[in-house]
Design a protein around this ligand. Structure first.
Ligand code: BGC
Length: 351
């Protein structure tokens, strides 16, 4: 086994009977990718841009959890190999090459660099292996290169709109956000990776909601912290120093960075003696929910990793076996794109 093909998780589920009964009466082996069903098994690869990313790992865990559930129901043999690309597109390319060489039935790809999507699609198309991109969305031009290319994710703009809504609701609900009373909300923005659809659109739409509601805003600072807690903490420490008490809101493109912001605020004596700055994130990570309960975070937006993993597994199953998974999928779906809705989470929603 080559180093680049190191599996981080391999789920090999062997049924007691060894027979793949897909829903009892579903026909097997309809598509040209049905190698798996002919062998009474499905074998798929899930390639992660970076297994150190907690949100992405939540999706991977969900995929394997639903595979186990399907396994119980259909008694087939399901093999899922999850690979970590360690934020390295070159490594990811070799991993995908290896999956192609070993004739996996289908591949789910969380691409490191969205600009590489076209090359990856050319390769899988040539090998006739269907792919499901997730979390990092290729541009439509690339998605349209082949009819066996799919995307499962959440509308990036919607998450930003809900962040804006959380803030707007707090303002209209009487929370004193405009601390200096100048009629303008001074905010800082922690951004995800540049070029990621979720960074660009969440930042833009969160502020647009306020502007559309005639709330004046002023951006004090805005920078990438690459989705990461540690980088976000450093940024906020720097900005607290730079702007002293002028920051009235911290908007963050995800929860990991929001949690970094909270660590920075704690380190500077916030959350005591009524000293606090509202922080808003996206994802709905367990630690973020705790921070909301503890009044250290105003709210977050659920980016439903469980549902995304479920939909990804369902699609991989369908592409590998030609049959429908028994796990019910009830999401907006036009055959090529499948969208999982976001949801606002504030303290009221948790309690
Ligand atoms: C999530 C982030 C994550 C990123 C990775 C986003 O949708 O909100 O937490 O780091 O995807 O691509």
């Amino acid at each position: 086994m080559r180093g680049s093909f190191k599996k981080i998780k391999s789920l090999i589920l062997v049924s007691i009977t060894g027979l793949l009964s897909l829903g009892g009466c579903m026909p097997l082996s309809i598509t040209d990718t049905s190698l798996a069903s002919a062998k009474n098994q499905m074998r798929v690869g899930v390639v992660l841009y970076n297994a150190a990313d907690p949100f992405v790992m939540n999706i991977a865990d969900s995929i394997t959890r639903y595979a186990e559930e399907e396994q119980e129901l259909s008694q087939g043999k399901i093999i899922i190999d999850v690979l970590d690309s360690k934020n390295d597109q070159q490594l990811q390319n070799t991993q995908i090459d290896e999956l192609i060489k070993q004739k996996y039935d289908a591949i789910a790809i969380n691409i490191v660099d969205r600009a590489e999507s076209a090359n990856v699609i050319d390769k899988v198309k040539e090998a006739k292996i269907p792919v499901v991109f997730f979390n990092r969305e290729p541009v439509p031009q690339d998605m349209n290169k082949w009819d066996q290319v799919y995307y499962i994710g959440a509308h990036a703009a919607e998450a930003g709109e809900m962040q804006g809504q959380i803030l707007l609701d707090a303002i209209t609900g009487g929370m004193k956000i405009d601390r200096n009373g100048d009629g303008i909300i001074q905010y800082v923005m922690l951004e995800g990776e540049p070029g990621h659809q979720d960074s660009i659109l969440r930042s833009y739409h969160s502020i647009k909601v306020l502007e559309d509601a005639a709330i004046k805003t002023e951006n004090l600072a805005m920078d990438t912290a690459m989705w990461q807690r540690g980088e976000a903490k450093d940024k906020i420490l720097e900005w607290i120093e730079q702007f002293e008490n002028h920051i009235e809101v911290i908007l963050s493109n995800n929860d990991e960075m929001a949690l970094g912001a909270i660590e920075a605020l704690e380190a500077r004596g916030y959350f005591k003696d009524n000293k606090s700055i509202p922080v808003i994130g996206v994802d709905g990570l367990t630690q973020a929910l705790q921070a909301i309960k503890d009044d250290k975070m105003l709210g977050t937006v659920l980016n439903n990793a469980d549902a995304q993993g479920k939909a990804i597994f369902g699609k991989l199953y369908n592409l590998s076996t030609g049959a429908q998974s028994q796990i019910v999928l009830d999401y907006e779906n036009d055959g090529k794109y499948l969208w999982i809705p976001h949801k606002i989470i504030t303290k009221e929603a948790i309690n």
